[in-house]
Design a protein around this ligand. Structure first.
Ligand SMILES: [Cu+2]
Length: 233
């Protein structure tokens, strides 16, 4: 009787310690946005990213990038299914841009304040990098007005000519989704104008965000260096 009682107690202690161990393992698992919207901010529980609304993933799962059969990591923009129109009125998916380093900015063509300066910075980066393995992508945040024809005219006016310049018109929701990936904020403030953050982003050849430059009139030296390094990878 006494032995049995002791056995039961011991088993119970064993079970409790097992359970305690398990709880501890779970609580040390951290979660992170796959797009790293808030840089390296981690969460104790699974959920969705407050910025881009994508499902948080386990930090440990990001240590070795998960590649699908096409060699695209979970964090890549090439996973986005959205369809876009270029300035030449061709339909493309983001994955069609695979294999080149991408320098990306979101603008709208009727902007008279910040966007012309961002575009000038893009041209400046283009001439400093001087590498055919880099594409320059301008995504319109005003797809209702920025039709492929309008984008074509804008490209000519702004001297964004040649195969390396890609101007994109998307659907409203797809533009919003894309801006979330870049942590780029924009808001319509009048029938013609938007307020927006000024960010130039760099993606590697697999479509993973690698660098961002925020602000107007800032030095692009670091970004140029990063683009050159990624192009050589
Ligand atoms: Cu603007």
């Amino acid at each position: 009787m006494n032995t049995n009682y002791l056995k039961n107690i011991l088993s119970l202690i064993f079970l409790i310690s097992l359970f305690a161990c398990q709880t501890q393992v779970n609580s040390t698992e951290q979660y992170i946005c796959p797009m790293k919207c808030e840089d390296h901010k981690t969460y104790d529980h699974p959920g969705t990213c407050p910025v881009c609304k994508m499902d948080l993933v386990k930090v440990s799962s990001l240590e070795a990038p998960i590649l699908d059969e096409d060699g695209i990591s979970e964090e890549s923009i090439f996973n986005l299914q959205s369809e876009w129109k270029t300035q030449d009125n061709e339909s493309i998916h983001l994955t069609d841009l695979k294999g080149k380093v991408l320098v990306v900015v979101m603008i709208y063509t009727s902007c008279e304040a910040a966007c012309p300066r961002l575009v000038a910075d893009m041209r400046n980066i283009y001439s400093k990098v001087d590498d055919p393995n880099v594409d320059y992508v301008l995504v319109s945040i005003d797809p209702e007005k920025d039709t492929p024809e309008k984008l074509k005219t804008y490209a000519q006016e702004e001297h964004l000519e040649g195969d390396q310049w890609i101007l994109l018109q998307g659907k409203l929701d797809d533009v919003r989704e894309f801006s979330n990936v870049l942590s780029m904020k924009y808001k319509k403030i009048s029938p013609i104008d938007f307020s927006h953050t000024n960010i130039i982003s760099v993606f590697d050849k697999q479509g993973v965000l690698q660098h961002q430059q925020e602000g107007l009139g800032v030095s692009n030296d670091k970004l140029v260096q990063k683009v050159k390094a990624l192009s050589e990878e």
